[in-house]
Design a protein. Structure first.
Length: 297
């Protein structure tokens, strides 16, 4: 049975990145926020935004760029959450989770006070990797253990995008311009250099990916098989952080490689994906372009 969603005078508005997968999310950070809204059982609708429109949209709701690229230029990102009932606008996925947990504290907690904090001591094996778009600095956020975990997980999965990045979904009408923008940001001569077709190169890349996520998988194995989440049977925002990345990789990995990935390390990521993505509570969303709130029944 699905849990009851809380009706609001006006549904919350989540700004997400549009793609051929719409109405499904694919980008990791908007996916984290979508999961958080579902977890808190709050009615919301989605404003779909093309990548090229993100700077305009952030400015239109009064938000500055959330990050800087390595050349010092502004990097405008999604998600954004807007509460039309109060005027609150938030432009970072972690801050969105904090907001939802604070103002809807009576609903399932994203940051439970009785958490065992299992796995939040995770450290990425890619700690010293430099990014052309440095990750958001969450050092001063509340829920510091979760904030640090968010950064560590983001680093690990970001460092394993290379093998699959060529498949990032873009809207047909802006495909060429978006890929040229991405290539420029990453200091690549063209998008085509990301295309990896050699079977041996892909096999080696998958082996490296498996090793790269080994210590994260071990965090899930610590609960002694009590459930698919770090805490066992109870999800926290930490699981939604990982889930956001699993959602993205499910959209960009070739089917055979995705199935292989789901079996890594005892299948911990496949099990988590099955609950978060395939479970009834996350199965549906608003249709493209609809203004109707999503209130699952």
């Amino acid at each position: 049975m699905r849990r009851k969603f809380e009706p609001l005078p006006q549904p919350l508005v989540l700004y997400d990145i549009s793609s051929p997968h719409t109405p499904s999310s694919y980008a990791p950070n908007p996916s984290k926020s979508r999961f958080a809204l579902l977890f808190k059982r709050l009615s919301f609708r989605i404003e779909w935004t093309d990548i090229l429109e993100i700077p305009r949209v952030r400015k239109s709701v009064g938000l500055r760029a959330g990050r800087k690229l390595d050349d010092g230029s502004d990097f405008y990102t999604l998600p954004i959450l807007r509460n039309p009932n109060t005027g609150v606008v938030i432009g970072d996925s972690f801050d969105i989770a904090l907001y939802l947990d604070k103002y809807w504290s009576g609903r399932d907690p994203l940051f439970p006070e009785d958490s065992t904090l299992n796995g939040l001591d995770y450290q990425t094996p890619y700690k010293h990797t430099a990014f052309y778009a440095p990750l958001t600095d969450l050092a001063d956020r509340e829920q510091a253990a979760y904030a640090r975990f968010n950064t560590e997980v983001d680093t690990t999965f970001s460092c394993n995008l290379r093998l699959f990045a060529y498949n990032l979904p873009t809207n047909p009408e802006t495909d060429a311009e978006v890929k040229a923008l991405f290539a420029k940001r990453a200091h690549l001569p063209s998008w085509e250099v990301l295309k990896i077709t050699d079977p041996e190169a892909r096999k080696k890349g998958m082996q490296e990916f498996e090793e790269g996520v080994r210590t994260l998988a071990e965090c899930y194995l610590r609960n002694g098989g009590k459930g698919p989440f770090l805490e066992g049977e109870t999800a926290t925002y930490a699981d939604l952080i990982v889930g956001g990345w699993l959602n993205m990789f499910s959209k960009i990995m070739p089917t055979a490689e995705w199935e292989e990935f789901k079996g890594f390390h005892g299948g911990v990521f496949g099990k988590l994906f099955g609950v978060l993505i395939d479970g009834q509570w996350t199965k549906q969303g608003p249709a493209p372009g609809t203004s109707e709130p999503w209130v699952p029944t």
